[in-house]
Design a binder for this molecule. Structure first.
Ligand SMILES: [Zn+2]
Length: 114
């Protein structure tokens, strides 16, 4: 499995695929690497609660960026493979979590204005 870090995720309201115009806008104007439907609001709520958070986003298709349009059947096939890969990642993850935080998540609200 290839892992990409520090990518930009655009969350759209789903369930649906983005239009060709939206997809081009997200990729070319915003610089998005991934378009999804599930990351918000949990990432924001975790930040507000000062909880460390990581997203595991698995890619099912290239949206409309690819030359050949994707079919629903291809998306389902890739999604099924991704579920198995995600299970493998999740089984390894607990051992990778450090005992002590080495990040600033627990102080995320320190500079917040109320
Ligand atoms: Zn953290």
């Amino acid at each position: 499995m290839k892992i990409h870090k520090d990518c930009t995720y655009v969350c759209i309201e789903g369930p649906r695929f983005s239009t060709r115009a939206e997809s081009k806008f997200f990729k070319n104007v915003i610089g998005a690497d991934i378009i999804g439907m599930t990351l918000v609001p949990e990432c924001q709520l975790s930040r507000e609660a000062q909880i460390c958070y990581v997203s595991i986003s698995t890619v099912t298709d290239y949206d409309v960026w690819a030359e050949k349009p994707v079919t629903a059947k291809e998306v389902i096939e890739t999604l099924t493979k991704n579920v198995e890969n995600t299970k493998k990642i999740l089984s390894l993850l607990p051992d990778l979590i450090p005992q002590q935080r080495r990040c600033s998540c627990e102080m995320a609200l320190k500079e917040a204005q109320f």
